[in-house]
Design a protein around this ligand. Structure first.
Ligand code: 3DU
Length: 249
């Protein structure tokens, strides 16, 4: 990610998201995605694909074509699978996405380590790919899970769920964490725990009300941006303007 961000001089991760269309129009969705990638690739460093693009396009069909395009443009391909199952299943989910060419996968630490995310980290290490953990999501209801006060199962002490997840990201050797741009104070708090060891990816800029500059100043390393670019009348202009506005931050 560091190399891609440096060579592209951008901290923007494009969330390649589109509104629902009838499955009969899935070729249209693929064409739209290819067109946007062609237009915005000079202004971004990575592309994040979510379930709602995999569903109409298929992993080893349209999505794999997109991943080839993404990697061919010198960008990192992130699969936002929010992996959240038992270890054996998580491992297979990761193996399929890595086989499709993804560089890294997003997982949910709520599932825990033993028989949870451990097999996912193992397969990622073996294949030299990355794992990004959710730490504090960008929506309001995030407080009900990530924001809860908990008793840490290892120390027996009271702490906040997202603080515990940030510490786990360090301990488990994650390559990044997701913290909503809508919560700059939490970005700051989490940055304090992670330092430069684990990168912070912040979604929620624009459509969800988060501010790019505020998130970066609070400590975000990369911004995940979807609708602000994909739904813009001119996606290239929207992404180049955003990229320029955050240069040097
Ligand atoms: O709000 P946007 O259109 O910029 O899209 C944000 C993307 O990031 C979208 O794919 C969403 O599923 C993902 N995401 C969050 O918005 C918040 C999170 O905590 C994690 C992922």
């Amino acid at each position: 990610m560091q190399e891609a961000a440096k060579s592209k001089d951008s901290k923007i991760v494009l969330a390649l998201d589109f509104p629902y269309e009838s499955p009969n129009n899935r070729q249209n969705v693929l064409s739209k995605a290819q067109k946007i990638l062609k237009a915005v690739h000079p202004y971004i460093c990575a592309v994040k694909i979510n379930h709602h693009l995999v569903l109409p396009l298929g992993t080893f069909d349209g999505v794999q074509q997109l991943v080839e395009q993404i990697r061919g443009q010198g960008l990192i391909a992130i699969m936002d699978a929010k992996v959240n199952d038992i270890g054996a299943t998580n491992q297979m989910i990761a193996e399929y996405y890595y086989s499709a060419g993804f560089d890294t996968i997003i997982a949910n630490p709520f599932v825990g380590w033993d028989e949870g995310l451990k097999p996912l980290f193992e397969v990622s290490m073996r294949l030299n790919r990355g794992v990004i953990l959710l730490c504090y999501m960008s929506h309001k209801g995030a407080s009900e899970g990530y924001g809860q006060t908990i008793i840490d199962s290892e120390t027996g002490e009271k702490t906040l769920q997202y603080v515990s997840f940030a510490k786990k990201a360090l301990k488990w050797g994650a390559d990044g964490v997701v913290v909503g741009a809508t919560y700059p104070k939490k970005i700051k708090e989490i940055k304090h725990i992670l330092g430069q060891k684990v990168a912070i990816y912040s979604p929620g800029v624009g459509a969800q009300g988060g501010d790019a500059e505020t998130a970066l100043k609070a400590g975000a390393d990369y911004l995940i941006v979807g609708r602000e670019i994909t739904m813009a009348v001119d996606p290239a202009k929207a992404s180049s303007q955003l990229c320029d506005s955050i240069k040097g931050l």
